[in-house]
Design a protein around this ligand. Structure first.
Ligand code: PMP
Length: 305
């Protein structure tokens, strides 16, 4: 269960958590048209709270709205300000922020016309998404029997709520079979991403991740690519197959919720030595140094509240 916070911001107002309700005729509840973000705030070493890459997340929220033709009735800067204000009002030193834009009640049917575009921002405290142990020792993953979205079916540059039914099917299947996470192939059969994370492998010292064609442009993914380049690691954005993944020296997932989580096994095949490899550990350490404000070079990625 999510621990309730004091306030939720809904349609321009901070209201008590319990009062943030929607009507059953809310269009998005029936047909799934909404876009959202997931953002983390960290309690930094100097005692301040910083939201990681807030501007980039809000930019992606508006990009998602643009792709899905949801006209968000606020400015980007006002949404950024609400994110900071919400954490302050909820007294959360660290936490997870969830901006959600959805089609409200009005007409029914598949052409929502002038139904209101509603906006909520919620914050709650969330630990390691794939577990503390997963973060340290690596997780066991399974290639899903479900395929990732075709770019001309759901489009993958928008973080659309309905897209996540595909993720739920994959995650539920993997979890039911005793795995920690589902890895999804694109419609051509190449490795795309996990149910809610981007994927990286290391082969012969080269860090590889699939190009953005059929995956969400992850903000952690982009941060890791920059950190890797700055650390002198050779990086390549290219397609790879499931057997290239089985044969990788190292593999890991990136995402706001999952942060940098090593993969130690895929479909019963041990990856490398079966524990987080040196490049994974180097990047994981660099990532946590940045988000916790310990690396002055990346201060511009932090929005202190
Ligand atoms: N892919 C999918 C499908 C996701 O849901 C997420 C989480 N937002 C990611 C990748 C990682 O994106 P980010 O690093 O921006 O959280």
């Amino acid at each position: 269960m999510v621990e309730k916070a004091k306030y939720i911001w809904l349609d321009g107002k901070f209201i008590p958590w319990a009062e943030a309700q929607v009507h059953i005729m809310t269009h998005a509840l029936h047909y799934g048209l909404g876009v959202f973000e997931g953002i983390r705030a960290y309690h930094c070493q100097d005692g301040r709270t910083a939201i990681f890459r807030l501007k980039e997340h809000i930019r992606r929220l508006f990009d998602s709205g643009h792709v899905m033709q949801l006209d968000i009735p606020y400015s980007r800067s006002s949404i950024e300000e609400v994110c900071c204000d919400l954490l302050r009002r909820n007294g959360q030193e660290s936490g997870y922020l969830r901006p959600l834009v959805f089609v409200g009640e009005g007409v029914m049917g598949l052409h929502p016309q002038d139904n209101p575009i509603r906006v909520a921002i919620i914050s709650w405290v969330w630990g390691a998404y794939l577990g503390e142990e997963g973060l340290k020792k690596g997780i066991r993953a399974k290639i899903s029997s479900f395929t990732r979205h075709h770019v001309n079916v759901m489009m993958t540059k928008s973080k659309t709520t309905a897209n996540y039914v595909n993720s739920i099917l994959a995650k539920r299947e993997a979890t039911f079979l005793g795995f920690d996470e589902a890895l999804m192939l694109d419609t051509d059969g190449y490795v795309a991403e996990a149910s809610g994370e981007n994927i990286f492998i290391v082969s012969d010292g080269v860090l590889r991740t699939p190009p953005l064609t059929s995956v969400l442009p992850g903000i952690t993914r982009s941060s890791i690519l920059t950190l890797a380049q700055d650390l002198g690691v050779q990086v390549r954005e290219d397609l790879f197959s499931r057997d290239e993944l089985y044969l990788a020296d190292e593999a890991f997932l990136t995402g706001t919720a999952a942060e940098v989580t090593p993969i130690r096994e895929v479909d019963g095949r041990v990856i490398g030595p079966g524990k987080p490899g040196p490049i994974t550990l180097k990047l994981q350490t660099a990532f946590f140094d940045v988000v916790l404000g310990r690396d002055p070079r990346y201060q511009n990625w932090l929005a202190y509240i």
